[in-house]
Design a protein around this ligand. Structure first.
Ligand code: GDP
Length: 290
């Protein structure tokens, strides 16, 4: 799991700083090299790792510690801050009436995430509905319907109707009295023209307040290309990284978020409807560094 393996290596680097008799260029360089290794192993983009390393090195050797902080604490604090910068700010999620459209490739975890999101908002006291506009994957309808029923979430879908934009339109009408409407769209195995066109057609009908890209944490370096293509097609407003519980990587997806100037809204950490967490950069890094 990314939190375990990356966290372990990063903690090792911080321990070296904490136990150094004095902070000098050699100690900082060694710690930075260890941080680099850990991040690259987790699939973080090389350019981002280099930028982060340079910033840690420059700041550690040039900035004066804040009053009351010793030089070791000062450098550890810089590492924390730069890691938080690397994963970026969280996408804002308001608890207001809104429509959310989910996009992503098949298998990324979209369907599961639709039910998780509805559950998240229900627990905040907002009445949620899910519209199944994934008319491509056989089984998506039954899977989503069953998940929603179990969670007491209103479900709309039209089994066997391939006209996704029409299903989305009727789904929105049927969900009008709900606070949160989540529209699940179809994925494909790859970013094909069909998928892009259908997504744009659904987008035109739904005019969602938020368009969240659902991305598998294990995607690695392809994540970037994917995020750019989805962003170009519909203009994503945030990302949900799924399956962070099941991979030692995850850095590829995180890098894609940084490269597209996007931000993470939620992370998926398991298969049940409750395994969704709001993403907060400082909490995420604090947990990583234990
Ligand atoms: P879709 O094709 O994008 O709709 O993907 P699904 O929602 O059907 O998910 C594909 C598989 O990934 C399913 O077996 C899910 O249970 C699993 N999955 C989704 N999110 C997570 C997660 O956060 N953690 C884990 N471990 N599995 C997940």
């Amino acid at each position: 799991m990314v939190l375990d393996s990356l966290g372990g290596s990063l903690r090792g680097a911080l321990k070296k700083i904490a136990s150094a008799s004095r902070i000098d260029k050699q100690v900082v360089d060694e710690a930075v090299r260890e941080i680099q290794r850990a991040l690259l192993q987790a699939d973080v983009n090389v350019k981002l790792v280099m930028n982060l390393s340079n910033r840690i090195r420059d700041r550690a050797l040039s900035e004066k510690p804040a009053p009351g902080m010793n030089p070791r604490e000062h450098v550890i604090n810089i590492v924390y801050q730069e890691l938080i910068n690397l994963v970026g700010k969280s996408s804002p999620v308001t608890l207001e009436k809104q429509t959310i459209m989910l996009v992503g490739l098949q298998g990324s975890g979209k369907t599961t995430t639709a039910a998780k999101l509805a559950t998240f908002f229900q627990r905040k006291g907002l009445r949620s509905a899910v519209v199944c506009a994934d008319t491509f994957r056989a089984g998506a309808f039954d899977q989503l319907k069953a998940l929603c029923e179990k969670q007491g979430v209103f479900f709309y879908g039209e089994k066997g109707n391939p006209d996704a934009p029409a299903v989305a339109r009727r789904g929105l009408e049927a969900s009008r009295k709900y606070d949160i409407v989540i529209v699940d769209t179809a994925g494909r195995h790859a970013l094909e023209k069909d998928l892009i066109q259908e997504m744009m057609d659904i987008d035109a009908v739904v005019a969602a307040d938020h368009k969240l890209l659902v991305m598998d944490a294990a995607l690695g370096q392809q994540a970037s290309e994917q995020a750019k293509a989805f962003n170009k097609a519909v203009g994503i407003t945030g990302v949900i990284i799924t399956k962070l519980d099941g991979t030692a990587k995850g850095g590829g997806a995180m890098s894609a978020v940084a490269e597209t100037n996007s931000s993470v809204a939620f992370i998926g950490v398991g298969e049940t409807p409750n395994d969704l967490e709001r993403f907060e950069a400082d909490r995420f890094i604090s947990r990583l560094l234990g």
